[in-house]
Design a protein around this ligand. Structure first.
Ligand code: BG6
Length: 458
């Protein structure tokens, strides 16, 4: 009973949200570096300054007892233009980060792409350009060649579904038709499958997966129309990505949807072949909350604020608040039981190991006499870990837990003010203060959780 001894406890970050140094040591610009940041939030030039302070930060992760640390590589630190000339300083930087993790017996879990397409490639159409498959393949080859011998866990594209469904709230994406959106999505899936196959060939000792943002969709009522709405939303938001990654097949509901929207495009047999040959070894689960849907007959356009809230499509579904759940300070619903529901669903649909690659709560933390009392975060994690433990005891193969985030970093919409870390960074939106690291109450709590392999959650 309980978690296996090999369970990978740790946490996650992403390059453009934590590193800073966005124009240093030969790094090229990504779409994140050129976007118009939301009003009142800082630029991505400093973030938590992990680029310069990774040794200090990894030492703190080791002190917390991490068995694994999931971070992303910035594509344009390795290839400033996204393709062509390699930046040796970028290669060396991540070599050092990996070695620093290994020094403390922390498994580096390396994500290749987290929302930061090189700007030079975005100008060529980004994922909409079929050549993106080759660009990503070559970038991945360079990563496997340089880091392959030392890395046991790789992740391809983080939250591809967020990019497809809410890309315009993640960076300044040009307006797309539904068809264009799904062509870009298809290119990402083919690229991912090719890279998975390449990883299996070049790094046979490693496991590789993809990390979608899965929010299991409940029907708002037991009205059969709402059930259908929830099934459609589930297919479009969640299953499409995993059905293609794991089974190499388009979800039938999604194909029907694309047909209705006049957004079907040609898919060649070769793509299906590639998809079938690039099956992930695990499913990375980014879980923040569930969604709830009812049928939507209206015609109003979606006003989508972020990746978790406010989706609707005419005649299909509308995302609504769930009256049984409470919300975070930033309006995100909190649903620990939904975490277990989602794990059950992934287990029974895909029969692959599940690595929880993100889960967490953002809030306004304050420094009081040198301490940060983030009891709300401890409460959030306690309830989620309890449910994950039940899922494991019910037979689900969960192999690790890497909550978001290891340290305070820039949120996608609310800058540094919406804090997620176990470690507080002493800065605010525009005043960089000392940038000192301060362990929050949740740091000490999580250390005890890891020490006891999830037994002591008090
Ligand atoms: C996930 C993303 O969807 O949500 C992270 O992978 C992001 O990049 C996290 O930071 C929390 O969202 P937000 O908008 O509060 O930063």
């Amino acid at each position: 009973m309980g978690f296996p001894d090999t369970f990978l406890w740790g946490a996650s970050t992403s390059a453009y949200q934590v590193e800073g140094a966005n124009k240093e040591d030969g790094k090229g610009l990504s779409v994140q570096d050129v976007k118009k940041v939301p009003e009142g939030t800082s630029q991505v030039d400093v973030c938590a300054d992990e680029y310069h302070r990774y040794k200090e930060d990894i030492a703190l992760y080791a002190k917390m007892g991490f068995k694994a640390y999931r971070f992303s590589v910035s594509w344009c630190r390795i290839l400033p233009d996204g393709k062509g000339t390699i930046n040796q300083k970028g290669i060396d930087h991540y070599k050092d980060v990996i070695d620093e993790c290994l020094k403390y017996n922390i498994e580096p879990i390396v994500s290749m792409f987290h929302f930061d397409m090189p700007y030079e490639l975005e100008k060529l159409g980004g994922w909409n350009n079929r050549e993106s498959i080759d660009w990503f393949y070559e970038y991945a080859r360079i990563l496997f060649e340089n880091y392959g011998p030392k890395v046991k866990y790789w992740a391809t594209i983080v939250e591809q579904n967020t990019l497809a469904l809410a890309g315009s709230v993640i960076f300044d994406k040009k307006e797309e038709t539904i068809k264009e959106k799904y062509i870009a999505n298809h290119n990402m899936l083919v690229a991912q499958a090719k890279v998975i196959k390449l990883c299996h060939d070049m790094c046979p000792h490693a496991m590789i997966g993809s990390d979608p943002n899965i929010a299991y969709v409940y029907p708002a009522t037991c009205n059969p129309d709402d059930i259908i709405a929830a099934q459609k939303f589930n297919a479009i938001r969640n299953w499409l990505y995993l059905d293609l990654a794991v089974y190499g097949k388009y979800n039938a509901i999604v194909l029907g949807y694309l047909k209705e929207q006049d957004a079907l495009f040609d898919i060649c047999d070769e793509d299906y072949e590639i998809l079938r040959n690039g099956k992930p070894d695990y499913i990375g689960l980014n879980y923040y909350n569930t969604a709830t849907a009812k049928v939507y007959e209206g015609k109003e356009k979606v006003i989508q604020k972020d990746q978790q809230n406010g989706m609707r499509e005419e005649g299909l579904y509308e995302s609504v608040y769930n009256p049984y759940l409470y919300k975070s300070e930033f309006g995100w619903e909190i649903d620990p039981i939904g975490f277990r529901v989602t794990i059950h669903e992934l287990e029974s649909r895909y029969h692959l190991p599940i690595l929880v690659t993100e889960n967490g709560i953002g809030g306004y933390d304050t420094l009081e006499d040198g301490c940060v009392h983030d009891s709300y975060r401890i409460e959030y994690y306690r309830k989620h870990i309890e449910q994950m433990k039940l899922a494991v005891e019910e037979g689900c193969n969960v192999i690790g837990y890497l909550p978001w985030s290891a340290i305070d970093l820039l949120s996608t919409h609310n800058g540094i003010s919406k804090r997620y870390g176990f470690i507080y960074v002493d800065r605010d939106e525009f005043d960089l203060r000392t940038m000192d690291r301060i362990c929050k109450d949740s740091f000490y709590w999580y250390k005890k959780v890891i020490e006891t392999n999830g037994e002591d959650l008090s």
